[in-house]
Design a protein around this ligand. Structure first.
Ligand SMILES: *Cc1c(COP(=O)(O)O)cnc(C)c1O
Length: 353
């Protein structure tokens, strides 16, 4: 398939790299492609960024049949623009498609399309330290129809947003709150897909946590409400007795690419690394015994997010000495060094654009 390119008539002025924030600014162009049963995925095109016109009956607006991804393009000190494990995002997007009855796409073609879009927008990749160009591929159900079934037509788009350093005030621990009142996902549901409804379902618990002074929610399993799943939009790790532990993927946890990278680095460094079930009681017991060394989240946006305080019911636990733990710091430094081309890439994780 040939990707057609239509350039924007009047490009926007570029923003100041030192003050970007997250997800508010968008570049001059976007990628679009459509699906219908006769033609399959067709008409891939790069066009000026702009609104999508939809009928009010468009299925995604009513039933949430949509999936997305989140990854970043990094400007290296050598002037190269590169992606971090983008094949994994394409693979996961297709997996989300399967879970939401959305037709799959050709992953190699989409990676090529993404690179073409990034070449058009290369001047939008910010260069200040720790900034990047956030990439949001999205697929939406487009049939104008109010019956409940899988749509027959879809739109695939990619939009790009220059984003600032996640830790504008420095790399500091966050406070998280365990909820027993709400669950994010259940076994047999769509928790392992990056699909719209999962985020809508997380908002009320997130609001309550914010009101109580916490940054994110720590989710427990949807059945017994004992097993730890993940935190906000990050996976979670515990260092207990020098062992690095993360909940095993069980169908309701989002299989993070940063999570996988942390596991791979931990193994490469010769650490005991374990994917297994872990309950909130296990964590509290380890804390009481002085064996809980660190807790941190992992995800594309923040890379590594150390946890300094954990709230469970009416109990508040301080983790470590309240500062960034050595393992969180080491992983953050190692992963960002690879992403920005400052370190060797023995695992072949980076992909030049
Ligand atoms: C995207 C996401 C993650 C992290 O995945 P990465 O590939 O590491 O960015 C974790 N949990 C949820 C719910 C997510 O949406």
């Amino acid at each position: 398939m040939e990707i057609t390119i239509t350039k924007a008539a009047s490009p926007k002025p570029k923003p100041d790299d030192s003050n970007l924030g997250f997800g508010t600014l968008f570049t001059d162009h976007m990628f679009n492609m459509d699906y219908d049963p006769e033609r399959g995925w067709h008409n891939p095109r790069i066009e000026p960024y702009g609104p999508i016109t939809m009928d009010p009956s468009t299925m995604v607006l009513h039933y949430g049949q949509g999936v997305f991804e989140g990854l970043k393009a990094y400007h290296t000190t050598g002037g190269v623009i590169q992606l971090f494990r983008p094949q994994e995002n394409m693979k996961r997007l297709n997996k989300s498609c399967r879970l939401l009855c959305i037709p799959e796409f050709d992953e190699a073609f989409m990676l090529k399309a993404l690179k073409t879009l990034l070449q058009v927008e290369r001047d939008w990749v910010p260069t200040a330290p720790e900034t990047s160009l956030y990439i949001r591929p999205t697929i939406l159900a487009m049939d104008p129809f109010l019956g409940v079934r899988a749509s027959h037509t879809y739109r695939f788009f990619i939009i790009l947003s220059p984003v600032g350093a996640y830790y504008a005030e420095g790399f500091n621990p966050i406070k998280i709150m365990v909820t027993k009142e709400h669950v994010r996902a259940v076994r047999g549901g769509v928790g392992e897909a990056k699909t719209l409804g999962n985020y809508a379902a997380s908002l009320l618990a997130g609001d309550k946590a914010h009101q109580a002074g916490y940054t994110q929610v720590l989710w427990l399993d949807g059945v017994e409400q004992q097993y730890i799943e993940e935190v906000g939009s990050m996976n979670i790790f515990f260092m207990i007795d020098d062992e690095l532990i993360t909940p095993a993927l069980n169908g309701s946890i989002l299989p993070g690419i940063t999570r996988d990278s942390v596991l791979a680095l931990g193994k490469q460094w010769g650490l005991p690394v374990t994917e297994r079930q872990i309950t909130i009681d296990d964590v509290i017991r380890a804390h009481a015994a002085g064996r809980l060394q660190e807790i941190f989240g992992s995800g594309t946006a923040a890379v590594i997010s150390p946890v300094g305080e954990l709230c469970f019911g009416d109990q508040v636990f301080q983790i470590g000495d309240g500062k960034v733990g050595p393992m969180a710091q080491k992983l953050f430094d190692a992963i960002t060094a690879i992403q920005y081309g400052k370190a060797d890439d023995p695992m072949g994780w980076v992909e030049p654009v």
